[in-house]
Design a protein around this ligand. Structure first.
Ligand SMILES: Cc1cc2nc3c(=O)[nH]c(=O)nc-3n(C[C@H](O)[C@H](O)[C@H](O)COP(=O)(O)OP(=O)(O)OC[C@H]3O[C@@H](n4cnc5c(N)ncnc54)[C@H](O)[C@@H]3O)c2cc1C
Length: 457
């Protein structure tokens, strides 16, 4: 049996940042990564908001990423359905830039940094058994039979986490949509220094630079839209390409014609527990939302930083894990709530959501304050549920005014308002659910009676 302070299961973004953060504080850390070359071939995120970028900088990873070809992102350019002009949403002033980077290139750099901090990374090692002493987790065993005994076991094996299941932690997993990904020249973007969101098709299209000369498109497709490469390409051509700015559309059509595109499923994963005696969940293993808001990696960085703060304060103790659970969910629930609401409004599948989408754009066009507040929420700099709800109420007010100041006769106005109210009340109900869950998190934390274990000195 090999011994270490911390064993991290999963060497993706969350596992590596957590490993570096803990190793920097003096813990001995082993990372077990299932993939033999380290880079899981599944498509993963490439845009990191300034909050995540600042955390990467604190861990000494930003400069090596820049040297490896990452690019700065200044904010978002949002394109409404049927409009020729975009709305520019800059990141908040003084908070730094976002980062666009090829995911695999990023993991290569992160592994290098991790090794220089003394982290042991073992590739081709899949964690497949939890070791316990009574109720307490004391490590893992891999498929190859190697055992690792640790004070803390970290599950960082992604949204379909097997380790989470082995820890006995339940998750609610919802398949939301599929994403088609394609690479186009960066010069095809109307604003090459910005992330873009294009609306008006069957789902939002996200576009952003991820290298000095290349940009990525992430195209959201409804479930069961099409099966097989040719049918998917045709579906995207007909239902999604027309909503894009001309230069992006032409570049996309070229990629589709050459068959140069990939894809993956998108999920929402919710957990209500992310700590058990001796083990925690980080990153997507602890839950994830639709990638529209590009917050997965910023949230994973937040997990790593929160875990380090808690263990700095309380050692590798159960009290630290309890504190981690409480602080983590405060951030995550606000992110989930915001992402769900924005996805509903941007997908605009019903009249209510369409009216709200028009309201969002009017709101953004109306004031710099509105744009700054929205970007504060989007980038994770402001994770207060109350701020999100206040913004939502403002958009609702503007959307209602919009409907009633239009030229429509009374009956369609009333119908549009009623649709909008239905959508908004549904959203409000979800937000209340989230808030109640947050209260339960806090309460449960006080009631949790975790067996004590010796803190690492
Ligand atoms: C289409 C799409 C676009 C996205 N865009 C963005 C974006 O622009 N910005 C953003 O911030 N986020 C984005 N995300 C989310 C982001 O990719 C994830 O939040 C992030 O990758 C989570 O990192 P992770 O380490 O938790 O999980 P993963 O990246 O899934 O890594 C998990 C790792 O664990 C390994 N593993 C699995 N099982 C085991 C095991 N049993 N033992 C050992 N290792 C194991 C895997 O091989 C993998 O390397 C996007 C997601 C999708 C699907």
């Amino acid at each position: 049996m090999e011994r270490t302070d911390v064993v991290v299961c999963g060497g993706g973004f969350a596992g590596l940042t957590t490993a570096v953060a803990l190793a920097t504080r003096g813990a001995s850390v082993v990372v077990l990564e299932a993939h033999p070359r380290g880079n899981n071939p599944q498509f993963r995120g490439e845009l990191i908001h300034p909050r995540g970028a600042r955390d990467l900088d604190r861990l000494g990873m930003l400069t090596p990423l820049e040297q490896a070809g990452s690019v700065e992102i200044a904010g978002f350019s949002a394109w409404a359905d049927g409009e020729d002009d975009d709305v520019i949403l800059p990141y908040q002033r003084g908070r730094g830039a976002g980062v666009g980077v090829d995911h695999h290139a990023m993991l290569d750099v992160m592994r290098e940094v991790a090794r220089t901090r003394g982290v042991t990374i073992l590739l081709g090692q899949r964690a497949n058994e939890i070791l316990r002493s009574g109720d307490r987790v004391i490590g893992v065993r891999t498929e190859c039979g190697r055992g690792f005994r640790a004070e803390l076991t970290v599950a960082a094996d992604g949204r379909q986490s097997r380790v989470r299941k082995m820890l006995g932690i339940e998750a609610f997993v919802e398949l939301l949509s599929h994403t088609v990904t394609a690479s186009v020249p960066r010069s095809a973007l109307p604003r090459p220094a910005y992330g873009h969101v294009f609306l008006g098709g069957v789902g939002p299209v996200l576009a952003y630079p991820f290298a000095r000369d290349a940009a990525r498109l992430c195209i959201d497709l409804p479930l069961n839209a099409a099966k097989g490469a040719d049918a998917i390409a045709e579906y995207v051509r007909v239902h999604q390409a027309p909503q894009l700015a001309r230069s992006v559309r032409e570049a996309l059509l070229e990629s589709l014609a050459k068959g140069e595109f990939g894809g993956c499923a998108t999920h929402a994963v919710t957990t209500t527990t992310c700590a058990v005696p001796g083990a925690v969940l980080v990153g997507d293993a602890g839950g994830c939302a639709h990638p529209l808001t590009a917050t997965g990696m910023t949230a994973a960085m937040n997990d790593a930083q929160t875990l380090v703060e808690c263990t700095n304060l309380l050692g590798l103790s159960d009290a630290a894990l309890v504190r981690y659970q409480r602080l983590r969910y405060r951030f995550v629930r606000a992110r989930d709530s915001f992402t769900e609401a924005l996805y509903e409004v941007f997908r605009a599948q019903d009249q209510g959501a369409r009216a709200l989408q028009r309201g969002v754009f009017r709101y953004w066009r109306g004031s710099a304050r509105a744009r700054a507040t929205s970007m504060g929420i989007l980038s994770g700099d402001d994770s207060r549920m109350s701020v999100f709800m206040a913004e939502y109420a403002r958009v609702m007010g503007i959307s209602t005014l919009d409907v009633w100041s239009g030229l429509l006769p009374v009956r369609p106005r009333a119908a549009a308002t009623s649709h909008m109210l239905k959508t908004s009340l549904g959203r409000l109900e979800r937000a209340v659910d989230f808030a109640v869950q947050a209260m339960i998190d806090e309460r449960r934390v006080r009631l949790t009676d975790l067996p004590a274990f010796e803190a690492v000195a």
